[in-house]
Design a protein around this ligand. Sequence first.
Ligand code: GLU
Length: 494
Amino acid sequence: MADKPVRVRFAPSPSGDLHVGNIRTGLYDWAYARHTGGTFVFRIEDTDRTRVTDEYIHAAIESMRWLGLDWDEGPEVGGGYGPYLQSQRMHTYREWTRRFLHEGHAYHCYCTPEELEERREAARAAGRPPGYDGRCRDLTDADRAAFEAQGRVPTVRFRMPEGTTTFTDLVRGEVSFDNRLVPDFVLVRADGYPLYTLAVAVDDVLMEITHVVRGEDLLSSTPRQVAVYRAMGVAEDDLPQFAHLPFVMGQDNAKLSKRHGAITIGWYRQHGFLPEAMCNYLALLGWSPGEDREFFSLAEMARDFTLERVNRNAARFDMKKLEAINGDWIRALEPADFAARITPFLQTAGLVAQPPTEAELRIISGGAPLIQERTVRLTEAAEMLGFLLVDDAHFSVEPEAASRLLTPESRPALEAAHAALAGLGEWTTADIESALRTALIDKLGLKPKIAFSPVRVAISGRRVSPPLFESLELLGRNRSLSRLQAALDRIPTG
Ligand code: GLU
C-alpha cells in the first residue's frame, strides 16, 4: 500500500444541504490528496434516492465549487473509475452480491422485520446483545424453499467472520473491534436495494481508494467495511487506510446537528461569509498548521496538511471565532474584489439593479473602501451603504436617531451645513470637509461631535455611518442638500 499513489475520496450522501461537518471532512480529504500529490475523488452516495435528491446533489457540487475545492474525479469531471454517483452503479452492487452469495460471504435471510424486532426485545430482556442472532446463517435448500413458499422475500446478509478487526487509524492509532459485537448485517434489502455498507466498500475497492478520511461517526461501521473489503479478495497490505476525524460540537457541547440551526454551508454563504474564511475556519476544527498560525489560504493548507497534526479530541464550533476570521479575510481582499463580493448582497437587498447601473457601480466602488475595514459579514454592506444607494423616495431616518439628533438645538448646525455645501465650488471630500469645518466649528464654535452628528443623521438616517465627508461626496450635492433640507423640515420650529 505504501508505494501506491494516494487516492482519497469524499463520499457524502447529500440528504439536505451539506453541513459544516460534511464540508470539514471534504476539506480534509481534499487537503490530504493535494498535500500528497494524490488524487481527490468525489463520490456521491445516493443509493437511497428517497433521501438523496438531484437537487441536493447539485447543491453539494455547488458548495464544493464555491469553497474552491476541486476534484480530479467525480461528478461533472468524470474519471477512469466512474460513474461517481452510486445510483448509476447498481449493476456493480448486484454483481458483487451474487458473488458474495455464491462464495458464502453472504446469505439470504428470511426473517421478517416483526420477527427481528421480537427477538431483539427478547435478547434485550435477557441481557444479551440485541443484534441479529444468525438464525438464517445456515439454512438448507429445503428451509429456503419452505420460506419462499410462504411468500417471504429475503434480504441479503453479510456473514461476519469470527475474530477481531484491528487497524491502525491514522488519527486515533490502533483500534480493535471484537467481531462478536458486530452482528451479520444487511447488504441488500428485500426490495433489492443495496445498502450503504455494501456500496461504500465495493466502491472503495473498485475505485482503488487508498485512504478513507472521514468523520468519527463512521468509526463503528469500519469493521463491517473491512470485512467486505476482505470478502472482495483485497490483500491485507492493500486495505485502504482509515483516518477518523474528531466530532464537531456545537457551542452547547452537543454534537453538531440540525438542531443547531446554522449548520448548512448554504446558510453561511447567504449570510455573508467568504469561502476562504469558511475553509480557513473549518480547517481549524481539528487541525492546525502549528506555530499558532490561524490565518491561512487553501493553498497553504494543502502545503502543510498532515494527518499527524489532526486532533483526536472533539472540536467546538465557535461562531465568534468564525466571524473574526471572516473579518480578517474581508480586510485582506483587494478593494475591487471586496466591492464585487458585496454587490450580490446589495442586489438581494433590492438596493442595486441586476446588472448594476453606472451610478450604482460608482457608489459601490466608492463606498466599499469606506466600510471594508469594519465589515464582519458581507451582508452588513446593505445596512452600511444602503443610504447611498436607496432612492430618495425610500430614504428614511431611524426614529431613534431623529428624536435624539434632529432637534431644535441641531437647527443651527444643519442650516449652516446646508448653506456651506450649497455654495461649495468643487464637490470633493476635501472641499466638503473644509467647508463644514469652517462653517460649523470655526464660525459657530461647535464641538465636532455636536456639529457633525446631526449632519450624519440627516444624510445617512443613522447615528453610525461610514465616514461623513466621503459619504457626502458619494451622495452628490443635490441629494445631500435635499436630505439636509428634509431634516430641517421635520424639526419642530420654536
Ligand atoms: N456516505 C456516507 C455518509 O455521508 C459517508 C461514507 C464514508 O465516508 O465512508 O455518511
